[in-house]
Design a protein around this ligand. Structure first.
Ligand SMILES: [Zn+2]
Ligand SMILES: [Zn+2]
Length: 468
């Protein structure tokens, strides 16, 4: 009969397909992680609500709240939410509210990088008092630029920091009143939308009939200082994802003691006078009883002529080599003003412009430019803040790229060293690998540590394959 012809069919593959974990919410990409203009958590929440076509009120009360450890919203009424909105700045901060929301949102969006939208990385060294502003501040020029170039309109974390008063890109004072209804705006409300006033609903960016005469125009000196502050705090925010170890209070106290030693030869009273702070306050910092607030940390690093990141992360020996006092004491200020050299404004401006236009590699630092022109760096900043910042930014960008390349090179060295140690029958400990690479100090970068773990994993896999 017909049984002699057996048809053979393909076998079924019954193994389970690998399914990635599903996210409850859309996996919205935060803006600018690892840059000074990284988005704030409050902005991320507002955008997350927008992409789900619900107001932030619904997103928080119905979706996020069930995932929180602590109870921040007792009742899902307008009143219940108001108490949360009143404390919204804490969402971008260093405390348990930021931590709880970050963890809940990471579960909901299946992301692992949302802590960088807050100051959580600095929770051991930043005192919360006076750290974050209660009301919104924004740069209307940035809003306009983003909208006209079709980019996402959002709120950088930097704008929520109280010590930051100017825009990093435009060096203009940040706005804190809506130009249409003249109100100050809460950070988060039931209908917040980045770029728009939550009270009158109008656009907050520059419009064609913008009144530029409004707002205080800072002097060149003030503007130089405010831009420096924004830059140095921006850098602190930018490096957060790259640090492998959290900073501790002890580290800050040590750096502070080194600063007092360098700037005023250990004289606390003189140091306090320089910072315009009560002597007892500075004594408390130096004794490790309390931490200096962010604005004081900024002033101290400025005194040393180094960035805030260098002040907080470098070893004390390195801080001690930076014997540059930028912040002039009253006595010094006179010296600078008494400079007999005449200042040819047009000539200096032309020189700065042409230096900026040059494609020399590496681009000169502002310090080198100031030395080559024979003028004090502060004097140049005072007269041409924009040109000076552009020159400094160009050189910083170059150094940043070089540093990334150096880190990548170091990762490869780590891999080779790990394989070599293994082939010699030795376990690749960090200490043994450090001896074989050209820059052992680079183990402070997270990527380099990951490279070591990755290489060890590779070896483990090879070994288990051999055993199979
Ligand atoms: Zn701006
Ligand atoms: Zn308004």
């Amino acid at each position: 009969m017909g049984f002699d012809v057996l048809t053979s069919y393909d076998t079924w593959d019954l193994t389970q397909p690998i399914l990635l974990p599903r996210s409850h919410l859309y996996q919205l990409e935060p803006i600018g992680i690892g840059t000074p203009l990284v988005e704030s958590l409050t902005s991320f929440i507002a955008r997350l609500a927008e992409v789900h076509c619900v107001p932030p009120r619904i997103l928080i009360s119905k979706i996020i709240t069930p995932f929180l450890e602590q109870i921040f919203v007792k009742r899902c009424t307008n009143r219940g939410l108001r108490s949360l909105f009143d404390r919204a700045r804490a969402l971008n901060g260093t405390g348990r509210m930021a931590r709880d929301f970050v963890e809940a949102l990471e579960k909901l969006t299946v992301r692992d990088d949302l802590r960088f939208l807050t100051l959580l990385n600095w929770s051991d060294i930043l005192v919360p008092r006076g750290l974050l502003r209660e009301r919104k501040a924004w740069c209307p020029a940035c809003y306009k630029q983003w909208r006209t170039s079709g980019r996402v309109v959002y709120e950088p974390l930097l704008w929520s920091i109280d010590a930051v008063t100017v825009c990093l890109s435009h060096h203009q004072p940040l706005c804190n009143h809506c130009p249409h209804c003249q109100q100050q705006l809460p950070l988060l409300t039931w209908r917040t939308r980045p770029g728009y006033c939550s009270i009158c609903g109008e656009w907050l960016g520059i419009t064609s009939n913008w009144d530029f005469s409004k707002g205080k125009i800072p002097s060149a000196d003030e503007s130089g200082w405010h831009s420096w502050v924004a830059n140095t705090i921006g850098e602190l925010i930018a490096v957060a994802p790259y640090l492998s170890l959290p900073l501790t209070q002890i580290k800050v106290t040590k750096a502070l003691c080194a600063a007092i030693e360098i700037v005023t030869q250990g004289n606390i009273a003189a140091f306090a006078a320089l910072l315009k702070m009560p002597k007892n306050t500075v004594w408390g910092w130096q004794a490790g009883k309390v931490l200096p607030p962010l604005d004081a940390l900024v002033k101290i690093s400025h005194c040393l002529g180094i960035s805030l990141v260098d002040f907080l992360t470098q070893e004390v020996d390195i801080i001690k080599t930076s014997k540059k006092l930028l912040l002039p004491s009253p006595g010094q200020q006179k010296k600078i003003r008494a400079s007999p050299r005449s200042f040819d404004s047009t000539q200096v401006q032309q020189a700065l412009s042409s230096i900026l236009a040059e494609s020399q590699q590496p681009p000169p630092t502002l310090k080198e430019v100031a030395e080559s022109l024979g003028y004090n760096r502060r004097l140049l900043y005072r007269h041409f803040p924009d040109l000076c910042y552009a020159i400094a930014a160009k050189s910083r960008q170059y150094l940043h790229t070089r540093r990334l390349e150096a880190v990548a090179h170091c990762c490869e060295e780590v891999r080779q060293a790990t394989l070599k140690l293994h082939s010699q029958g030795e376990y690749p400990t960090e200490a043994r690998v450090s001896l074989l690479i050209s820059k052992p100090g680079y183990f402070r970068y997270k990527q380099v540590r990951s490279a070591l773990l990755e290489a060890r994993r590779e070896l483990g896999e090879r070994q288990s394959k051999m055993l199979e």
